[in-house]
Design a protein around this ligand. Structure first.
Ligand code: TRP
Length: 446
């Protein structure tokens, strides 16, 4: 393609957009949910270990691949390793992105609905039983969640149309600080409720008996999902990055912000579940019941709850945009469609593909055997299987095909010292492939 490739307008813009991609439903919805399902502290401990050994080093890897090639997720591999088949990683990524975006918009659609519901005051004054009932009613309706999902996808398409640097940078600048502010309010509120401390202990104290390969695979999947790793989203953002940018430092900022927000959410949701006696059994919607219960203990609950859900929808939007951008960047570069045609077509396809997941919470639930949820299934195969496999391939590619030396010189363009170059290269070549493969295989068969 002719012309100069778009670049981020500022350093802050890039950081905010990448943090915006990382921070989303993965932190606010998925993290507390998985913690609840996997036994608390043990999971949290594994999660943090994997963040350090795999998560942050892989952000560095993806950013350097993207910046070195300045291409989309498929072409990056054919440019860096011509006449090989490694570009197939990119094709695999495109499929993964598509599935993730499809179920992601379903949950994000719930956030949209909860925003509207909050404004209308339908959650005010309800206790946890009432909130559970209304949640089931909302998400199992055949029309309401489809509306939320559709509206959310529409917004995502619009932002991608405006272009990466214009659209994404601008909303991230507002959303990220607002989210942190509301979360701090919620944190103070929850921790000052009677009985919250039990939840805090449960969250931090690792019950070692609960550590097994399934927990480890859950933790691995959560790190990939939450950091947007393993399928080229961070890589694509790296392709718009200027040479002066300090990649390791950026990776650290992204990692710390993402983990920080996840922990904050855990410390809000889990103690609140203890306080309000909320059953984890209701599954993926548990966070959507717990949060309104906290809001109802605050003065001006309608205000806080509307503000929170609109910000959650926006946080999800900055993540969804990064997913759609991966496919749009590919189609624009490779097939030569206009941005507009690419974004709209993909948006429609994602909507259609997500419909069974939306409806499986209600209408289709009657036909499903053994409580099989299409939504959970799409989440599981992408987070616990496709992303780790994608991440493994990326790490092997970088470590053994393209070479860590080339990566290190790419990184040094903007970070001349890169003091941890040796350790990072060692992690990439030896430790990360083994750790990912080991957890993956044991988790699948165990
Ligand atoms: N990380 C985002 C979240 O936590 C979701 C996301 C955006 C993502 N891009 C991704 C997940 C790429 C996996 C891969 O909500």
């Amino acid at each position: 393609m002719s012309g100069k490739r778009e670049q981020w307008n500022s350093r802050l813009g890039f950081i905010l957009a990448t943090v915006g991609s990382a921070v989303g439903l993965g932190n606010v919805w998925r993290f507390p949910t998985v913690v609840v399902q996997s036994g608390g502290g043990a999971f949290v401990l594994l999660f943090l270990l994997i963040v350090i050994i795999v998560g942050v080093p892989l952000i560095i890897a993806e950013l350097s691949l993207g910046r070195a090639s300045r291409k989309n997720v498929v072409t990056t591999f054919s440019v860096l390793a011509p006449r090989t088949k490694w570009w197939l990683i990119g094709v695999f990524s495109l499929i993964t992105v598509f599935i993730i975006l499809s179920f992601y918009s379903v949950i994000a659609g719930w956030a949209v609905i909860y925003f509207l519901g909050s404004v209308l005051g339908i959650f005010t004054g309800l206790d946890s039983i009432g909130l559970t009932a209304i949640n089931q009613q909302l998400i199992s309706s055949p029309t309401v969640p489809v509306f939320g999902q559709g509206l959310f996808i529409l917004l995502t398409v619009v932002i991608v149309l405006v272009g990466v640097t214009g659209g994404i940078e601008r909303i991230s600048k507002i959303v990220m600080p607002s989210i942190v502010m509301i979360l701090l309010v919620l944190l103070i509120r929850t921790l000052t409720l009677d009985g919250a401390i039990e939840g805090v202990i449960w969250f931090f104290r690792p019950n070692l008996a609960l550590i097994n390969f399934n927990t480890a695979l859950d933790a691995l999947g959560q790190v990939f999902f939450s950091f947007s790793l393993g399928m080229g989203a961070i890589l694509t953002y790296g392709s718009y990055l200027s040479d002066e940018e300090d990649i390791p430092k950026s990776a650290l900022i992204i990692g710390v912000s993402d983990v920080g927000i996840a922990i904050l959410m855990g410390l809000i949701v889990i103690p609140a579940m203890f306080v309000f006696n909320i059953e984890p059994g209701i599954g993926p919607a548990v966070v959507f019941v717990t949060l309104p219960a906290i809001f109802n203990t605050l003065p001006a609950s309608i205000f806080w709850s509307s503000l929170f859900f609109v910000m959650l929808a926006f946080a999800a939007l900055t993540s969804a945009v990064s997913l759609l951008e991966v496919t749009a960047a590919y189609i624009v570069d490779q097939i030569g469609w206009s941005r507009k045609k690419a974004a709209i077509t993909m948006g429609l396809a994602v909507f259609a593909f997500g419909l069974p997941a939306t409806l499986s919470q209600g209408v289709l639930a009657h036909f499903t055997i053994l409580n099989f949820s299409i939504l959970d299934f799409m989440d599981f195969i992408t987070s616990s299987i496709f992303l780790p496999v994608g991440g493994l391939l990326i790490v092997i590619f970088l470590g053994w095909v393209w070479g860590t030396q080339k990566a290190v010189s790419e990184i040094k363009k903007g970070s001349p010292r890169f003091a941890l170059a040796k350790i990072w290269s060692f992690l990439i070549r030896y430790i990360m492939p083994v750790v990912i493969l080991y957890i993956f295989i044991s988790g699948i068969i165990g």
